[in-house]
Design a protein around this ligand. Structure first.
Ligand code: HMG
Ligand code: MG
Length: 313
């Protein structure tokens, strides 16, 4: 029997013509890897992702090396990438003004701040309360916008938190409003530990819409811990979300939330979008080749189901 290499295309009512894939593999995908990945390999990973047609690729984080040693080579990576590493479609994470200074020094013009819907994760991930982290982000966003940069605001633990349990929708909306009120261009709703389900996603998107943040301003960022990432993404797209975060191969996690596993795999997303006839610009076969190559570098198979089906990996 030959396994199909592409799905049949059958459009579904209520779905858009196009979705933007926001690739987080080099950042979220690699921030949690036990194996040290040489910076040349990271640069090659980014080049392969771009060659596969992904347009928006989040590259790295400008955080202290002691907090995330895996991404301690941010400057070197951007240097190696050269002009390809710059531009509004190559965002990097910056938590504070020191991070922004480092990023600006490298010529970065697109940054992401990252808040938390819960107090416990704010403390663990940012060493601050939610209110103190908003205070930390305010000058970062102002200076970035004044300099003409594009700014994304992540909110983590939007559905559940490993220490606090279920997170009330109103609490998430409150943090989203505080970050978007700083003037950010885009919100990314993080299901850091992958516990969300489609009805919960719709309830959050409805509540945000009621509060003045429409689905056209939001991206979704699902980790696939419980196998819900793709179902949640489809619900969000149907509700009007047009930017979906995904990680090639399904790598990912968060060093400060051990229960976070890999992100929605870009290949799994692309298979679903291709099946629905939704444009996204990426080439599935090239993504699978990239994940297979990356798996060899990391010494473990890619978690993506589509990669396993297509590459036997
Ligand atoms: P802190 O220790 O409170 O920072 O960390 P500080 O301001 O007290 O500074 C301590 C030292 O670090 C000082 O140096 C600073 O200069 C230096 P010293 O005087 O001791 O020599 N420093 C820096 N150095 C380089 N770059 C910087 C920087 N900032 C300070 N940017 C901090 C506070 C926010 C920095 C820390 O908690 C941190 O970096 N946290 C980030 C952790 C992280 O990256 N987590 C993973 C990303 S979030 C995620 O994955 C979730 C997401 O995917 C969405 C989802 O899934 O939900 C986005
Ligand atoms: Mg994440």
């Amino acid at each position: 029997m030959t396994m199909p290499s592409l799905p049949m295309t059958e459009p579904m009512p209520g779905m858009p013509d196009r979705v933007t894939i926001y690739e987080v593999g080099p950042r979220d995908g690699l921030q949690n890897e036990a194996a040290a990945v040489p910076v040349e390999v990271k640069a090659e990973f980014v080049r392969r992702l771009l060659a596969a047609g992904l347009e928006t690729v989040e590259l790295t984080s400008f955080v202290p090396q002691k907090w995330v040693p895996q991404l301690g080579d941010a400057e070197e990576l951007l240097e190696l990438l050269g002009p390809e590493g710059l531009g509004q479609q190559r965002p990097v994470l910056v938590p504070n003004e020191r991070g922004l200074d480092r990023a600006v020094e490298c010529g970065v013009t697109s940054v992401a701040i990252f808040g938390s819907a819960t107090e416990t994760f704010a403390r663990k991930n940012l060493n601050r309360s939610v209110a103190e982290s908003v205070q930390m982000f305010a000058p970062v966003v102002k200076r970035a916008l004044d300099a003409g940069a594009w700014v994304r605001a992540y909110v983590s633990m939007c559905f559940g938190d490993p220490w606090e349990g279920p997170v009330p929708v109103e609490q998430v909306v409150d943090v989203c409003l505080r970050l978007m009120d700083l003037g950010c261009d885009q919100l990314s709703l993080g299901d850091t530990i992958g516990v969300g389900t489609p009805g919960h996603v719709l309830r959050l998107l409805d509540a945000l819409d009621d509060a003045g943040i429409g689905p056209d301003q939001s991206a979704v960022h699902f980790h696939d811990t419980y196998g819900q990432a793709l179902a949640n993404t489809m619900a969000a797209i149907r509700r009007g979300v047009r930017v979906v975060d995904a990680s090639t191969g399904g790598l990912g996690g968060c060093p400060y939330a051990r229960s976070a596993t890999g992100n929605l795999a870009t290949e799994d997303l692309v298979w679903a979008l291709d099946g629905l006839g939704i444009e996204h610009g990426a080439d599935l076969a090239q993504l699978v080749q990239t994940s297979t190559w990356m798996a060899a570098q990391l010494g473990r198979p890619a978690p993506s189901r589509v990669v396993r089906a297509l590459a036997g990996g």
